[in-house]
Write a protein that binds this ligand. Structure first.
Ligand SMILES: C[S@@+](CC[C@H](N)C(=O)[O-])C[C@H]1O[C@@H](n2cnc3c(N)ncnc32)[C@H](O)[C@@H]1O
Length: 305
């Protein structure tokens, strides 16, 4: 049964790489439409929030620790297919690919995907608008095809009931795992500076970002506990990162609230603010070791779902 399922995934991958389907790094992206992540303010508006700063995003965001992916891989029964949702530039997809035969990495922002890191096992797919979840299930290889779903710093943007419904359908039973994680302005050892800047961004966050600001403590997560966080009780995840001052400013510019403010004519990172941040950071040439205080929930579909 398991062999058959792996074979099905293998054939599926062959289809993905057939010349008449489009790869994002070589041709125009295939525009798959699905409703796993319907957007409250319209998908194009949301994609726009991330598209405008896609280059800055690629340069500024942290890479997740290798042992996170080792830990997640140890939780799934098989290692054929992983699905990275809201992949951005592939920050998580690349780590996942070390442990799975193939990874489908999807995002609503084509621009983000165009800055994604190519990897032979990762297929990036632009998923811009709403279409039947059925199409996505088919694209992923059908019901119970996926061993691991990862959603890094993105699940709060999704229409959660619709997304979770698809996740439950495509995850292998038993043995399939979904892991969602995020981080926010809690960055050690520069918490005070970050909090002060974060407070200036407050009016510009989309309401869905509140889950992230609240460290996923109130994020609905209707899956069975597998010992790595559970609904209401995320576990902590430290993401270490070496950051220059330029990198810090790049990361702040990549915040969706900063983009939103800019769209409304407010530059939250004007000259004065940058100068203040520079002083608090310790100088423009200082490279600091920082730790993003991230939070994570993992689970498996409930037997009765
Ligand atoms: C903060 S970024 C995270 C990117 C990457 N996963 C990471 O860990 O750095 C959020 C990403 O989610 C994407 N996104 C936003 N809403 C989405 C949705 N409804 N479905 C899928 N992706 C979405 C954005 O385009 C963006 O690339």
């Amino acid at each position: 049964m398991w062999l058959l399922s792996c074979l099905r995934q293998y054939l599926h991958q062959l289809c993905y790489h057939s010349p008449d389907l489009k790869d994002l790094h070589t041709q125009q992206p295939e525009e798959l439409r699905f409703d796993s992540c319907l957007l409250h303010q319209g998908p194009d508006q949301m994609a726009g929030l991330f598209s405008k700063q896609a280059a800055a995003y690629a340069a500024a965001r942290p890479v997740y620790p290798k042992d996170l992916f080792t830990k997640l891989a140890a939780l799934t029964a098989h290692h054929c297919l992983a699905w990275d949702v809201g992949t951005g530039n592939g920050q998580a997809a690349i780590g996942v690919a070390e442990h799975y035969d193939s990874v489908l990495a999807t995002d609503v922002s084509e621009e983000q995907l165009l800055h994604a890191v190519p990897h032979p096992k990762v297929r990036y797919l632009h998923t811009p608008n709403a279409t039947p979840g059925e199409d996505l299930v088919t694209t992923l290889g059908g019901e119970q095809s996926v061993d691991l779903i990862t959603v890094a710093e993105a699940v709060h943007w999704c229409d959660l009931p619709a997304f979770y419904d698809i996740a439950r359908r495509v995850l292998r039973r038993p043995g399939g795992v979904i892991a969602v994680w995020g981080y926010n302005y809690h960055i050690s050892p520069v918490e005070d500076m970050m909090t002060r800047f974060f407070n200036t961004t407050l009016p510009y966050w989309d309401t869905r970002a509140r889950y992230c600001m609240n460290r996923y403590k109130d994020l609905p997560f209707p899956f069975d506990d597998i010992g790595l966080g559970r609904e209401g009780e995320p576990v902590s995840l430290d993401v270490d990162h070496e950051m220059s001052f330029e990198g810090l400013i790049g990361m702040l510019r990549s915040w969706s609230a900063v983009t939103m403010a800019k769209q409304q004519g407010v530059d939250l990172l004007g000259e004065r603010m940058v100068k203040e941040l520079e002083e608090e950071w310790g100088g423009a040439s200082l490279v600091r070791k920082v730790t993003f205080k991230a939070f994570l929930l993992a689970g498996t579909p409930r037997a009765d779902d």
